[in-house]
Design a protein around this ligand. Structure first.
Ligand SMILES: Nc1ncnc2c1ncn2[C@@H]1O[C@H](COP(=O)(O)OP(=O)(O)OP(=O)(O)O)[C@@H](O)[C@H]1O
Length: 269
C-alpha cells in the first residue's frame, strides 16, 4: 500500500507546488494524474520517488516512510535518460551492478523480453527509435522489480501508433507483475484508457480537484467494477474527467501570471 499524507511542497522561490496532497493507492492499482501545466504533477512524483523532500507531510510504502529513493519504487521519465556509452543490456542492468552475474543476466533478459526487445541488448541507445528507447527505460525500471512504478508522461514524446503499442505493453506488464502504477499524463484518452482511477489536479497550490473511478464494461456488456483497464470504459466517467480537466486548465491559465510573481505587491510594500 502506498500512502501519501498531507504532502506539501513550497520551493525556495515561494511557489506552492503542492498544498496538502493526500492519497492512498491500493496494491496493483493504476492511478492516472492529470491536470494543467504547473499543477504539481512532476513535483508529486519526485516526492513519491524520494528524489526530493516535502515541506511537510509523508509518503510511505507498506508503512515505511520514504524520504530517499526506495528499492520498491521506480521512476520512468518523459525522456529515456539512457547512458549513451552503454549498450541496451548494460543500461538495463545498471542498477544491478552489485547483483550476482547469473542473477543479473536472468533479470535483464526477462525485463527486455517484457518490453519486446529481447534481441536488442547489444545495441547502443543511438541505434534505437524513440519508442524503443522508452521501452528500454521501462525495462530498466522493471529489472529492479518495483512494487510501485511512477511514470512521468512516459509516452508524450511518441507518435500515436507507438503510444498505442506501448499502452498495450504497459497493461501486459501490469497483468504479469501486478505492479502499482502512478501515471502522470496530459492526455485524457490515455488516462481513461489505462487507469482504474483518475486524479485531476488543480494548481497553486497543487491539490486534488476531482477523483474519478473509471468503470469498465464487462464482456457481458453490463457496467462492472472489475476494473480491468483494457475493457471499454464508461462514457460518463470520461465526461466527468473532461469537465474536471477543463476546470483545471482554466485555473492554470488564470493562475499562471500570479505564479510567475509569487511575492505579492502587499508583501513588498
Ligand atoms: N525546482 C523548482 N523550483 C521552483 N519552482 C519549481 C521547481 N520545480 C517546479 N516548480 C514550480 O512548481 C509548480 C509545479 O511544477 P511541476 O513541474 O510539478 O508541475 P507539472 O504539473 O508537472 O507541470 P507540467 O505539466 O508543465 O510538467 C510550477 O509552478 C513550477 O513552476
Amino acid at each position: 500500500m502506498l500512502s501519501l499524507k498531507a504532502l506539501t511542497k513550497t520551493y525556495a522561490n515561494g511557489v506552492k507546488a503542492l498544498g496538502g496532497f493526500t492519497l492512498d493507492v491500493a496494491p496493483g492499482e493504476i492511478v492516472a494524474v492529470i491536470g494543467g501545466s504547473g499543477c504539481g504533477k512532476s513535483t508529486l512524483l519526485r516526492l513519491i520517488g524520494g528524489l526530493d523532500q516535502p515541506t511537510s507531510g509523508t509518503t510511505s510504502i507498506n508503512g515505511e516512510i520514504v524520504n530517499r529513493p526506495h528499492p520498491l519504487i521506480n521512476l520512468v521519465f518523459q525522456e529515456p535518460r539512457l547512458l549513451p556509452w552503454l549498450t541496451v543490456h548494460d543500461n538495463v542492468g545498471f542498477g544491478l551492478a552489485h547483483a550476482d552475474r547469473d542473477e543479473r543476466e536472468t533479470r535483464v533478459r526477462a525485463a527486455l523480453q517484457r518490453v519486446h526487445l529481447k534481441d536488442y541488448g547489444h545495441r547502443l541507445p543511438k541505434e534505437l527509435s524513440g519508442g524503443q528507447a522508452q521501452r528500454v527505460a521501462i525495462a530498466r525500471a522493471l529489472v529492479m522489480r518495483p512494487e510501485v512504478l511512477l511514470l512521468d508522461e512516459p509516452f508524450s514524446a511518441l507518435d500515436a501508433l507507438t503510444r498505442a503499442t506501448l499502452h498495450r505493453h504497459l497493461l501486459d506488464i501490469w497483468s504479469e507483475t501486478g505492479a502499482t502504477m502512478i501515471l502522470v499524463t496530459h492526455d485524457l484518452e490515455e488516462a481513461v484508457a489505462l487507469a482504474h482511477r483518475v486524479i485531476v489536479m488543480q494548481p497553486w497550490p497543487g491539490r486534488i480537484l476531482d477523483e474519478i473511478i473509471i468503470r469498465r464494461r464487462s464482456t457481458a456488456g453490463a457496467d462492472a467494477s472489475g476494473l480491468i483497464p483494457e475493457r471499454p470504459h464508461s462514457d460518463r466517467d470520461k465526461t466527468r474527467v473532461r469537465a474536471a480537466l477543463d476546470r483545471s486548465l482554466k485555473s492554470a491559465e488564470a493562475g499562471s501570471a500570479a505564479e510567475a510573481y509569487p511575492i505579492s505587491l502587499e508583501t513588498l510594500s
